[in-house]
Design a binder for this molecule. Structure first.
Ligand code: PLP
Length: 376
């Protein structure tokens, strides 16, 4: 069986380093908010090119707490509209509703599955205060265009970088910028299956804004900036020392892993020739080499169920990202009758092939052959 993603094999590569880091934490006697967290935050901020990284408990909290911090700072208020793609993992949207803000769903570009700048601009109303672009599947959204729109309309930008650690593109000054360093802030997830994954739950916010960073550091810790003094009604959302130590080990291998994912993607793009398959395409205006970190390799097929069955018969495991669009979820009953045709078509046709840092090129060849022998 060729697994979709072999987490055990991924972490086994670094077993000795992970155990050493774990032992260091156990022996330190300090398990929350210590050196391991500070060191990881500094290393991750430096990797992303930002001034700050603030560790939190998970990716959803990273998004929720950033929007809440903007409310505390008077930059957002109840009922403000936030533009978000209609085809995203539901967490991006939950973060908006959790803050009594109004999610405004905008259809993606069918070619890239990312927020369409034209439709984003068309969705702006007098109540719009922020854009939440998602770098879906590992590909940076069209950030130069989105930032230009945000600047023109005086909007905040919160990137959802949960799937795109390390993706980059060139900005209008000719500088290469990574995911997490484009918007006013960015939420990251280190869920085990993400490109940078902990061995449990973890997340972070990156930003260059000192005031936002200080507010987030208080909010994640009961709203406390100083021991036993509480500025805000905060929450407990911390990235613990063990997970910070695991992440520091894995961060040092991230670029090597991304390079392997790119090699696999190139092989799929070259090798898959079945006309029933639509291959992923990259934003034509971004530097295509670096803008995608291939969190997942997503193809489209009108006969998705038959293809998935055919691949399973050949010992190949695939997943669907995602089977039900957010507006058709029971959680958002008020949107169930709304129509987002591009999103709906994507959710009916997409399928993710095996992809990751440990899949072998031999396995990739087997996947390609199996796909090319699929007949409608
Ligand atoms: C994984 C993910 C999240 C949520 O991250 P968690 O750490 O699981 O809370 C948010 N947005 C996107 C796009 C994701 O893929």
């Amino acid at each position: 069986m060729i697994p979709f993603l072999d987490l055990k094999a991924i972490n086994a590569q670094y077993r000795d380093e992970l155990i050493e880091a774990c032992t260091r934490v156990i022996d330190s006697g300090w398990y929350i908010a210590g050196n391991e967290l500070t060191q990881f935050e500094q290393a991750f901020a430096s990797y992303c090119g930002t001034k700050h990284a603030i560790g939190v408990a998970n990716g959803l909290d990273a998004l929720i707490l950033t929007l809440r911090a903007w409310k505390k700072l008077g930059k957002l208020k109840d009922g403000d509209e936030v533009i978000v793609p209609s085809n995203t993992y539901i967490a991006s949207i939950l973060a908006i509703s959790a803050n009594d803000l109004v999610p405004v769903l905008v259809e993606p570009d069918l070619a890239t599955y990312n927020l369409c700048p034209k439709q984003t601009e068309a969705a702006i109303t007098t109540k719009t205060r922020a854009i939440l672009p998602v770098h879906l599947y590992g590909q940076l959204a069209d950030m130069p265009a989105i930032m230009a729109i945000a600047k023109n309309h005086n909007l905040l930008v919160l990137e959802d970088s949960a799937q795109a650690h390390g993706a980059s593109a060139i900005d209008d000054k000719g500088k290469s910028k990574k995911a997490g360093n484009w918007g006013d802030a960015s939420g990251f997830s280190f869920y085990p299956g993400k490109n940078l994954g902990a061995l449990g739950d973890a997340g972070a916010v990156t930003t260059n804004d000192d005031e936002l960073a200080a507010t987030l550091r208080a909010l994640r810790n009961y709203g406390s900036h100083e021991k036993y003094k509480n500025l805000f009604q905060g929450v407990n959302s911390r990235l613990d020392e063990i997970q910070a130590a695991m992440l520091s080990v894995k961060l040092t291998h991230l670029d090597t892993e991304i390079a392997h994912r790119r090699k696999v993607a190139v092989a799929y793009l070259k090798g898959i020739t079945n006309p029933a398959i639509v291959l992923p395409t990259q934003h034509s205006t971004l530097n295509t080499q670096h803008s995608h970190v291939w969190h997942v390799f997503v193809i489209r097929c009108e006969q998705r169920e038959a293809l998935q069955k055919h691949l399973l018969e050949h010992g190949i495991q695939t997943l669907i990202h995602y089977p039900i669009p957010p507006h058709q979820q029971q959680a958002y009953k008020e949107w169930n009758m709304d129509s987002y045709p591009v999103s709906e078509m994507i959710h009916q046709q997409v399928m993710s092939l095996p992809m990751g840092p440990t899949i072998t090129m031999d396995e990739v060849k087997k996947v390609i052959t199996a796909i090319n022998t699929f007949k409608i």
